[in-house]
Design a protein around this ligand. Structure first.
Ligand code: BEZ
Ligand code: FE
Length: 295
C-alpha cells in the first residue's frame, strides 16, 4: 500500500472509531470500537479490491437470506469459521475438571419428550444398536440426582429429525432424569459422521476453499441441575475418521469416548436390543454454581 493510501486508511479508521465515543452504553462502545479497528485492519491488510468487497457483501447477503425458522446460516458461518468455539473457550475454558462444553449446533429443538431411563430414543430399524449410559456427578464425585439430560443425535441416514421430514418429529431426541445415584441410560443407534448443511453459502465457502463439511459422529447433550452450571456438550465416537478435521472445530479430547462393540454370541444383549450392539459411557461432571456475587 502506498504511504498516501495507508495514511488515508489510518485516518478513516480513526474517524469511525471516534464516531462511537459518545455511545452511552460503555460495553457497546467498547465492542464497536474494537470491531471497527479489526475490520479496517483486515480490509487494509488484505488490500481488498472493490470486486472482492462486493463479493463479500453478496456472500453475507446470501447468508442472511438463507436463514429460516429451522435453518440458521449465520450460526453455521460462525461455526465454520471457528468463532463459536472461540466464544466457548472464552466463556467456559476454566479447566475446573467439569465436563467440557462444545457447540450447540443448529439442530437442537427445545421441549424434547420426557423419557424413562432405559427407553429407546427411536424405533428406527436402520442403524447399529446402542446402549448409552452415564452418571452425572459433582466435581467432588457426589452423584447428582434429578439432573436433566437432554439428548439429540442423527439417524443412520446422517440427518437429524428437524432436517428430515421423513423422520417422526421426536425421533432420536429426548429428556431423561438421573436416578438417585446420578445415573441415566437410554437405547439408541450409533450416531454417524455427517456433513454440515452444504447447500448454501457456507457450503459454497467450504467448497471454494477446498475444505470438507464433515463432522465426526457424536451424541449431543445438555445437562442441567439446580445449583450447578449447565453444560452443552457432545460425546464423540473415538472411531470417527473426522475427529482431527471437524468442520466446526468442536472436538475436545476429553469428549472422545470408545463405542464398544458387544457380540450376542458371547454376551446376552440388554433388554430391547438385538445384537451385535454398542455401549458408550457418557459420564458427566458438573461444576457447582458460584455463590451469588462471587462470579
Ligand atoms: C451439529 O453438531 O449438529 C452441528 C454443529 C455445528 C454446525 C452444524 C452442525
Ligand atoms: Fe450434531
Amino acid at each position: 500500500m502506498s504511504e498516501q493510501a495507508s495514511s488515508a486508511a489510518r485516518e478513516i479508521a480513526e474517524r469511525v472509531i471516534r464516531s462511537f465515543d459518545g455511545c452511552p452504553d460503555g460495553r457497546l462502545r467498547e465492542i464497536m470500537q474494537i470491531l471497527v479497528r479489526h475490520l479496517h485492519a483486515f480490509v487494509a491488510e488484505a488490500r481488498l479490491t472493490e470486486a472482492e468487497w462486493m463479493a463479500g457483501i453478496q456472500f453475507l447477503t446470501r447468508v442472511g437470506q438463507t436463514c429460516t425458522d429451522t435453518r440458521q446460516e449465520c450460526i453455521l458461518l460462525s461455526d465454520a469459521l471457528g468463532v463459536s468455539m472461540l466464544v466457548d473457550a472464552l466463556n467456559h475454558g476454566r479447566g475446573t475438571g467439569a465436563t467440557e462444553s462444545t457447540v450447540l449446533g443448529p439442530f437442537y429443538v427445545s421441549g424434547s419428550p420426557w423419557r424413562e431411563n432405559g427407553d429407546a430414543l427411536t424405533t428406527d430399524a436402520e442403524g447399529e444398536p446402542l446402549l448409552a449410559s452415564g452418571r452425572v456427578q459433582s466435581l467432588d464425585g457426589e452423584p447428582v440426582a434429578g439432573a436433566v439430560v437432554d439428548v439429540w443425535q442423527n439417524a443412520a441416514n446422517m440427518m437429524y429429525a428437524v432436517q428430515d421430514p421423513s423422520q417422526p418429529e421426536d425421533n432420536l431426541r429426548g429428556r431423561f432424569r438421573t436416578d438417585g445415584e446420578g445415573r441415566f441410560w437410554f437405547r439408541s443407534i450409533r450416531p454417524v459422521d455427517y456433513p454440515i448443511p452444504s447447500d448454501g453459502p457456507v457450503g459454497d465457502m467450504l467448497a471454494a476453499t477446498g475444505r470438507h463439511p464433515w463432522r465426526p459422529a457424536h451424541i449431543h447433550l445438555i445437562v442441567s441441575a439446580p445449583g450447578y452450571e449447565p453444560v452443552t456438550t457432545h460425546i464423540f465416537d473415538a472411531a470417527s475418521p473426522h475427529l482431527a478435521s471437524d468442520a466446526v472445530f468442536a472436538v475436545k479430547d476429553s469428549l472422545v469416548r470408545q463405542f464398544r462393540r458387544h457380540d450376542p454370541r458371547q454376551q446376552e444383549p440388554p433388554p430391547g436390543l438385538r445384537g451385535p450392539w454398542y455401549t458408550v459411557d457418557c459420564a458427566i461432571v458438573l461444576e457447582a454454581k458460584a455463590a451469588e456475587g462471587m462470579a
